[in-house]
Write a protein that binds this ligand. Structure first.
Ligand code: FAD
Ligand code: NAP
Length: 500
C-alpha cells in the first residue's frame, strides 16, 4: 500500500500555531474526529456555524444528522409507524383502539410532534457543547474561511471583520445543504429538509419533489401522520438502489395512498391569496402541463457541498464542479496538511456512520500511528420509508454488470409478516441474496424490505464484511418467529411462502 503524502515537515509540537488541528464543521464527522484527536493528545478547535435556510431556519451544534437529518427523520418516521400500528389494536384485543382502516386512524397533532423532536434535538445540542467543553476542545460558533493554508478567519453573519486562528493541520467536514431547482417561487415559498422538522404550521396537503432517500422518507412520514401526500418523481425512484426493491417500496406507498406523479418536474410555484401554493408542473415525456394547489411544497432534490465560502481555490485545495473535495485514500486533499471527511468528499457516501468512522480513523492515523483506512465497500444502509428497506453490497443490476447474469444465483422470497396477519395487512416482507457462482456462492448483495430493516441489516452487514457464502447463511440457525429468519432459510426457486 502506498504511504500518505508527508503532510508537513513541521514538528508535531512547538510548531508555533494556535492549534494542532482545526476542524471546520461540527457535524457527525467533524465532532468524531475532534474528540478522537483530542483523546490522543492533540490541541483541537472546532468551527461550526449554520447559515439560515431560505425560510430562515437555523439550529445548533451537531450538524445535519442531529438537527435536520437522521434523528428528527427517524422520530417522525416512528410517529408515522406508531399511528399505523395503532390501527391494528382491535385485532390484538385492545378495546379502546380505533380499529383497522385508514378512515379511522387516530388524529395526529403536528405541533406536539415538532415540540418533542425539537426538545430532543436541543438536548443533543447541549450534550455536544458540554462534551466539547469538558474535553477541552475549543468550539468556535463562527463561519470559517481560509486566509492562507495555515490560517482561517471565523465570522458570524453581519460581522465585517472576523478572528484569525492558525493550525498545523486542518480537516474540512462542512457537509452539504439542500439544493433548490432554479424555478420561480422555489426559494420564496417552498421548504426543504432543513425546515420540515421545525415547521410550526401543519403540513396539510403536501407535495414532495424528488425521489431519493430524503424525498421518500419525508413523503412517507408526512402521509403516515395523516397528510394528503404527493411525490413528484423526475425519472425513477431511489436511483442506484436495487430496482426490484425500490419498486416494492413505491408499490407499498402507493397502496397506502401516497400519490406518485412520474415522470414529472415542477415549473413554478406561486403563492395564492388563500395562502395555498399553486404548483405548475410538466410531464417530461408527454410535455403535458398541469397545475395543482398544495399547502406545503418540500424540495428533496439533492444536496450541494458547502465549500463555496471556504476560499479553497486560493489555497490550492481542488474540488469537483459541485464543490466536493478531491481526496486520496488517506483523506488528504491536494494540500497535504488539509484533510476532508464526510459528505464533502468526492466518491464518499453521504451517511452519518461513514463520516464518524472516517473521522475516528483519520485521528488514529494522524495521532496514533494507525495504518487503518476507511473502507467504503459493503457499507450497509437503510431507507426509512413506511416499509423499510435495508441493503449491503451490490444491487442485482450492479452484480449482473460486474459478473454476468449467468454467473449469479439470486435467492429471493416474498413472505407474510406474522404480526401483520391478524389485522389483515397486505404488506409483505421481501428478501434477496445475490450470490456469485464463480466464488462458492459468495453473497455479493443483501437486500431486505420489511419491518425493522435497519436492525436486521446491521447484523447481516457483519456477515457481508466477513465475506459470507450462501452456505454460511444456511448454516446459521434462525430466530423464530422473526422476519429475519427467512434470510437464513432461502431456497433456490422458492419465492413465496406463508412465513411459518
Ligand atoms: P454535517 O453533519 O452536514 O456537518 C457539517 C457542519 O459544518 C454543519 O453544521 C454546517 O453548518 C457546518 N459548516 C459548514 N460550513 C462551515 C464553515 N465554513 N464554517 C463553520 N461551519 C461550517 N445518514 C444516515 O446515516 N442515516 C440516516 O437516516 C440519514 N438521514 C438523513 C436524513 C436527511 C433529511 C438528511 C438531509 C441526511 C440524512 N443522512 C442520514 C445523512 C447524514 O445526515 C450525513 O451524511 C451526515 O450528517 C454528514 O456528516 P458531515 O460531518 O459530513 O456533515
Ligand atoms: P439525492 O440522492 O441526490 O437524490 C436527489 C433526488 O432529487 C433524485 O431523485 C433526483 O432525481 C431528484 N431531482 C434532482 N433534481 C431535480 C429536479 N430539478 N426536479 C425534480 N427532481 C429532481 O439526494 P437526497 O435524497 O437529498 O439524499 C442525499 C444523501 O443523503 C443521500 O445520498 C444519502 O446518502 C443521504 N441520506 C441518507 C438517508 C438514510 O441513510 N436513511 C436518508 C436521507 C439522506 P433523478 O434520479 O432524476 O436525478
Amino acid at each position: 500500500m502506498s504511504e500518505p503524502v508527508i503532510d508537513t515537515q513541521e514538528p508535531e509540537t512547538d510548531h508555533g500555531y494556535d492549534y494542532d488541528l482545526i476542524v471546520i464543521g461540527g457535524g457527525s464527522g467533524g465532532i468524531a474526529l475532534a474528540k478522537e484527536a483530542n483523546a490522543l493528545g492533540a490541541k483541537v478547535a472546532v468551527f461550526d456555524y449554520i447559515k439560515p435556510s431560505p425560510q430562515g431556519t437555523t439550529w445548533g451544534l451537531g450538524g445535519t444528522c442531529v438537527n435536520v437529518g437522521c434523528i428528527p427523520k427517524k422520530l417522525m418516521h416512528t410517529a408515522a409507524l406508531i399511528g399505523d400500528r395503532s390501527q391494528d389494536g382491535t385485532a390484538f384485543g385492545w378495546t379502546n383502539s380505533v380499529g383497522h382502516g385508514t378512515e379511522r386512524k387516530p388524529h395526529h397533532q403536528w405541533g406536539k410532534l415538532v415540540e418533542m423532536v425539537q426538545d430532543h434535538i436541543h438536548g443533543l445540542n447541549f450534550k455536544y457543547r458540554t462534551d466539547l467543553r469538558k474535553k477541552g476542545i475549543t468550539y468556535h460558533n463562527l463561519y470559517a474561511s481560509f486566509i492562507d493554508a495555515h490560517t482561517v478567519e471565523g465570522k458570524k453573519d453581519g460581522q465585517e471583520e472576523g478572528k484569525r486562528f492558525t493550525a498545523r493541520r486542518f480537516a474540512i467536514a462542512v457537509g452539504g445543504r439542500p439544493l433548490y431547482p432554479d424555478i420561480p417561487g422555489a426559494k420564496e415559498y417552498c421548504i426543504s429538509s432543513d425546515d420540515i422538522f421545525s415547521m410550526e404550521k401543519e403540513p396539510g396537503k403536501s407535495l414532495v419533489v424528488g425521489a431519493s432517500y430524503v424525498a421518500l422518507e419525508c413523503g412517507g412520514f408526512l402521509h403516515g401522520i395523516g397528510n394528503d401526500t404527493t411525490i413528484m418523481v423526475r425519472s425513477v425512484p431511489l436511483r442506484g438502489f436495487d430496482r426490484e426493491c425500490a419498486d416494492k417500496i413505491v408499490n407499498v406507498m402507493s397502496d397506502e395512498g401516497v400519490k406518485f406523479y412520474q415522470p414529472c418536474v415542477p415549473l413554478s410555484v406561486n403563492k395564492l391569496e388563500s395562502g395555498k401554493l399553486s404548483v405548475e408542473y410538466e410531464n417530461v415525456e408527454t410535455k403535458e402541463k398541469k397545475t395543482e394547489e398544495f399547502d406545503t411544497v418540500l424540495f428533496a432534490t439533492g444536496r450541494y457541498a458547502l465549500t463555496q465560502a471556504l476560499n479553497l481555490e486560493n489555497i490550492g485545495v481542488k474540488t469537483d464542479k459541485v464543490g466536493k473535495i478531491f481526496v486520496n485514500k488517506y483523506e488528504q486533499s491536494s494540500v497535504p496538511h488539509i484533510y476532508a471527511i464526510g459528505d464533502v468528499i468526492v466518491g464518499g457516501l453521504e451517511l452519518t456512520p461513514v463520516a464518524i468512522k472516517a473521522g475516528k480513523l483519520l485521528a488514529a492515523r494522524l495521532y496514533n500511528s494507525s495504518k487503518k483506512m476507511m473502507d467504503y465497500d459493503k457499507v450497509p444502509t437503510t431507507v426509512f420509508t413506511p416499509v423499510e428497506y435495508g441493503s449491503c453490497g451490490l444491487t442485482e443490476e450492479e452484480a449482473v454488470k460486474r459478473y454476468g447474469a449467468e454467473n449469479l444465483t439470486i435467492y429471493k422470497k416474498s413472505y407474510y409478516v406474522l404480526e401483520y396477519e391478524p389485522p389483515a395487512r397486505e404488506c409483505q416482507a421481501f428478501v434477496k441474496l445475490i450470490c456469485n457462482e464463480l466464488d462458492n456462492e459468495r453473497v455479493l448483495g443483501f437486500h431486505y424490505v420489511g419491518p425493522n430493516a435497519g436492525e436486521v441489516t446491521q447484523g447481516f452487514a457483519v456477515a457481508m464484511r466477513c465475506n459470507a457464502t450462501k452456505e454460511d447463511f444456511d448454516d446459521t440457525v434462525g430466530i423464530h418467529p422473526t422476519c429475519a429468519e427467512t434470510i437464513v432459510k432461502l431456497e433456490k426457486g422458492v419465492e413465496t411462502d406463508t412465513g411459518c
